[in-house]
Design a protein. Structure first.
Length: 349
């Protein structure tokens, strides 16, 4: 038997006992070591009323009886038939969105855009918030020795999404960077840029998040509700930001991002909401000749690339992991995350 978390809705966490799952062909059993809390879980599974927990996401039906959590890292304890490249004892991170493996997008390496989506761990396939988790071997990436499993689970969604947003913005040597929204995704994007030597300006309406960003090496952090917009111009010497990562998904955040962009800048929209935005394109895009780009998660080969590259550079994202809880503290963890906890929140074993 093992313990697992369920989310019936109404901001409630149930801790239940379940049978340890069996592995099938092409699968491995993980002893879980770290599971990250993510905003998509918060908005789709934790916060909604119980009667609204039976919706769908990308055509996949959500189920309150499915163990939540899609940011997973653990140790392989059993290997099923037909598995190649993994063995008992391997430390792995799990890429949470699987494709069919046969369509054009999967063959191009972009399984996240698969039209025949196999599943999403924690949504319609049992996820990370349980003592043991069965995953397809093809969804596992071996974690470098230099990276902790708490870091690995963060890379598997939040930090990795911020990393790819910088790459989508063609971030390079000498670029100035602005990040709008300093939750786990935006904070990671700004941290990676700062570690690369860039001038990085953060924007958030929570002063505590701005202070946390400054402690991580941001050059400045602005509360757009109160602070003078001249701060960005001062720290960039009147230039503005060459790359802007917009991580709120809100109209106000997108307006701030366009205003922060330099002439010929690149604005990468990675914030994920259902909100329909109306922004001033002539002032914010046309006259400044700004490129606006979308960025959405990352494929599995990027997960492997980013962990290996950060390990080689000696970059640790442990400083971003501000809160760690046990599985039994699941309700406490999700309540804190719901209230805007700083940095990354992780359940650890």
């Amino acid at each position: 038997m093992m313990k697992a978390i369920l989310m019936p809705g109404d901001r409630r966490i149930d801790i239940v006992e379940r049978q340890t799952p069996d592995v099938g062909t092409g699968e491995v059993l993980l002893e879980m070591k770290a599971a990250g809390l993510c905003g998509s879980d918060l908005h789709m599974q934790f916060q909604p009323p119980h009667e609204q927990r039976y919706g769908s996401f990308y055509g996949l039906k959500t189920d309150p009886d499915i163990v939540p959590g899609h940011e997973a890292a653990g140790v392989v304890v059993e290997v099923g038939p037909g598995v190649i490249g993994l063995k008992v004892g391997d430390r792995v991170a799990v890429h949470h969105m699987g494709g069919c493996g046969h369509c054009e997008q999967c063959r191009r390496g972009w399984d996240i855009n698969c039209p025949n989506k196999w599943g999403i761990y924690g949504l319609n396939v049992p996820g990370a918030m349980q003592d043991y988790m069965v995953v397809r071997a093809r969804d596992c990436v071996i974690v470098p020795d230099e990276i902790s499993l708490s870091e690995a689970c963060y890379y598997s969604c939040g930090a990795g999404t911020g990393f790819l947003a910088l790459r989508r913005g063609d971030f390079g040597l000498g670029d100035t960077v602005a990040v709008v929204g300093l939750g786990p995704v935006g904070l990671a994007a700004g941290y990676f840029a700062a570690r690369s030597g860039a001038v990085v300006v953060g924007y958030d309406t929570q002063n505590a998040r701005n202070e946390f960003a400054m402690s991580l090496g941001f050059s400045a952090a602005i509360n757009p509700l109160h602070d003078d917009d001249g701060v960005l111009q001062e720290v960039t010497r009147g230039r503005g930001a060459d790359v802007v990562v917009e991580a709120t998904g809100k109209t106000a955040g997108r307006e701030t991002a366009l205003d922060a962009a330099a002439l010929f800048g690149r604005v990468v929209c990675v914030g994920f909401t259902d909100e329909i935005s109306s922004v001033h394109l002539q002032r914010g895009v046309l006259q400044k000749q700004v490129d606006v780009r979308g960025s959405w998660m990352f494929p599995i080969h990027e997960l492997e690339r980013m962990m290996n590259s950060m390990a080689l550079q000696g970059t640790s994202i442990e400083p971003l992991i501000a809160s760690t809880y046990s599985l039994d503290q699941g309700q406490e963890a999700w309540n804190a995350f719901d209230k805007g906890a700083l940095g990354k929140t992780v359940i650890a074993w």
